[in-house]
Write a protein that binds this ligand. Structure first.
Ligand code: TYD
Length: 212
């Protein structure tokens, strides 16, 4: 697949959304055609699914939650991510299938092999070229989130043990796929983090991508 597919993963309040915005600006300034999107969401249908998923008014069971994540993912991959990669763009996606393994797997306790099968079905086997894991102590991340504008979402409200399991699973996933993952220590300032994001990203960027 042409293009370059980068996913941003991590716990709540890890600062990854800020870093995506900064990387996007840097790529735009270099004239590199980039698609920025997020999960769950990114298409009109998937954004509707997102609203339902994050709404504290609902309390779906773990399997319902997983299948809604996968439904949103299937739509996003088919309609946006694959076409963008086929046209040679850089795709920056805020969360992707590792989120399901961490949150619905470690967090909710669903079977990892089943989730891997669902992920493969939803993505058609499309794996990121690079995954940046923003690793932060959940207590630090959640405190940042509470200070930020906007209310916390349904998953933010899970107990500390849930977020600790999510973090541990992410680190296991990174250790299992060292060629794909770069783990970034995300507990400090955003300027230093931005430099580390660029240091991880720039050497891996293939030549000959679509330009603006
Ligand atoms: P969001 O507010 O975008 O959180 P963040 O800024 O931390 O990315 O909400 C997305 C939430 O959805 C987040 O709590 C993680 C969760 N999620 C899953 O549980 N499974 C998934 O597969 C995905 C993509 C997200």
């Amino acid at each position: 697949m042409p293009g370059f597919f980068v996913t941003f993963e991590g716990g709540e309040g890890s600062g990854k959304s800020t870093q995506i915005t900064r990387l996007e600006a840097r790529l735009a300034a270099s004239g590199i055609a980039t698609l920025v999107t997020r999960e769950p969401g990114g298409t009109p249908l998937a954004e509707r699914v997102r609203e339902a998923l994050l709404d504290p008014a609902f309390s779906p069971g773990p399997m319902t939650e997983a299948l809604l994540m996968e439904a949103a993912r299937a739509d996003l991959v088919a309609r946006l991510i694959r076409p963008a990669l086929e046209s040679g763009r850089v795709v920056l996606c805020d969360r992707y299938d590792d989120s399901t393994l961490a949150y619905q797997g470690a967090g909710r306790g669903l079977d990892s092999a089943l989730l891997a099968t669902l992920n493969a079905a939803a993505t058609g086997g499309l794996s990121p070229d690079l995954t940046l894991l923003f690793d932060v102590d959940p207590a630090v991340g959640l405190a940042r989130r509470e200070n930020a504008v906007g209310a916390t979402n349904r998953l933010d409200r899970e107990p500390p043990e849930f977020h600790a399991r999510v973090r541990a699973r992410y680190l296991e996933l990174a250790a299992a796929s060292p060629a794909r993952f770069v783990v970034l220590e995300a507990g400090g300032g955003s300027e230093a983090l931005e430099r580390r994001v660029w240091a991880a990203f720039a050497p891996r960027l293939p030549r000959g991508l679509a330009v603006l």
